[in-house]
Design a binder for this molecule. Structure first.
Ligand code: UT7
Length: 334
């Protein structure tokens, strides 16, 4: 059976950098650079400017990934777009991206709604589609805009300091003969915790979907039980990492690089330490990106390549946890 390999990687962050000091200056937020740094490891993040959409970010990241693969948009035959912050309720962002990048070709485009695990879920789907022979070159993009949904007052400060906007993309296709490619993927969900990290409005579950009352109550902002998410994230990311290693018959000591989801530096330090993976084998970008949910892992991959840390034949472990709860891992032979 043929295997799947990542052929190219791209990323894009909006130009506007927002430092912790800038957030500290928002009086109603009652936060500080020191608190954000110590509790999360974040120093700055990027926010879009008025008029810049998630699709805009995705276009930049996708172009770089396609170019980095040595391909042109004409070579792509399917699009998977992972996001929790689509430009509109419907249609999905995959369609907007199809129009921007492949306007003269009606290739399939779908959205994946799995929050922070969205990229790994998408990679696992793409892996199956490549292995089955249905497609030859699939573009996967994770793109998010959080800044337009954050509550910059005291009641939203736990979340508003954490998130950033950005996009990351990869192109996948068949691995050369004999190359092991993606060795194992594992996907999980536990919907009983769906409301521990969620956005309640607007929603088709409400009549009407949004109201003056819900707006006045700030129920269109995301809400999170931070401590609970934190604890579950560590347990599940470690657990699912062991699962993919076992499925692939590999030991932790064989892992060359861990590219974890970027939600909190302390989560990643604990995950690495509980797995027994030394710091120098981990790439983090959270200090300058914040949490970009579905975009974090391809952005991390891009950074690892840039730093020369990700090399041919490396064993690479990806793991993520987020709203849903959903969590996932993937083990790749690079
Ligand atoms: O992508 C997956 C989804 N997200 C995550 O994985 C995030 C998971 N959770 C976290 O990263 C952490 O729980 C947070 C960073 C959100 C919070 O850190 P924490 O160490 O768990 O803090 P805490 O919620 O226990 O709060 C400690 C204190 C509280 O004050 P008191 O009650 O001790 O007086 C909070 O009110 O910190 C306060 N606090 C803040 N202070 C300054 C909470 N947010 C802020 C803030 N600035 N932004």
């Amino acid at each position: 059976m043929r295997q799947t390999r990542i052929l190219g990687v791209g990323m894009y962050l909006p130009e506007r950098e927002v430092t912790n000091q800038e957030l500290e200056a928002i009086k109603e937020l009652e936060t500080s650079d020191e608190w954000i740094r110590q509790r999360t490891g974040i120093l700055s993040r990027r926010f879009v400017s008025e008029g810049e959409s998630g699709t805009d970010l995705a276009v930049h990241a996708s172009r770089e990934a396609i170019d980095n693969a040595g391909l042109s948009p004409d070579d792509i035959d399917f699009v998977i777009y992972a996001t929790l912050s689509p430009d509109y309720f419907f249609p999905g962002n995959g369609c907007f991206l199809q129009d921007r990048l492949f306007a003269d070709r009606t290739i399939g485009a779908m959205d994946v709604r799995n929050q922070c695990s969205g990229f790994i879920y998408s990679l696992a789907m793409a892996d199956s589609l490549i292995k089955s022979g249905q497609y030859e070159r699939i573009l996967i993009v994770g793109s998010e805009i959080h800044s337009t949904a954050l509550n910059f007052t005291f009641s939203g400060r736990d979340l508003s300091v954490l998130f950033g906007d950005g996009a990351g993309a990869v192109v996948v296709g068949p691995a050369p003969n004999g190359h092991p490619g993606i060795l194992a993927s594992a996907l999980h969900s536990e919907g009983k915790y769906a409301k521990e990290l969620w956005t309640e409005y607007p929603a088709s579950a409400h009549h009407p979907r949004i109201s003056h009352e819900s707006l006045d109550q700030g129920r269109h902002y995301p809400q999170m039980n931070g401590r609970m998410v934190f604890k579950h994230a560590i347990t599940r990311m470690v657990e699912v990492s062991h699962q993919v290693l076992a499925e692939a018959g590999k030991a932790v000591a064989e892992v060359d690089l861990l590219l974890p989801h970027q939600a909190n530096m302390r989560i990643n330090q604990m995950v690495a330490s509980q797995l027994g993976i030394p710091e120098e084998k981990v790439v983090n970008t959270i200090a300058w990106t914040g949490n970009t949910t579905a975009a974090t892992i391809p952005i991390c991959m891009h950074e690892a390549l840039k730093q020369g840390k990700l090399k041919e034949n490396d064993l690479v472990l990806l793991t993520a946890f987020g709203a849903g709860f959903t969590w996932a891992a993937s083990l790749l032979h690079w």
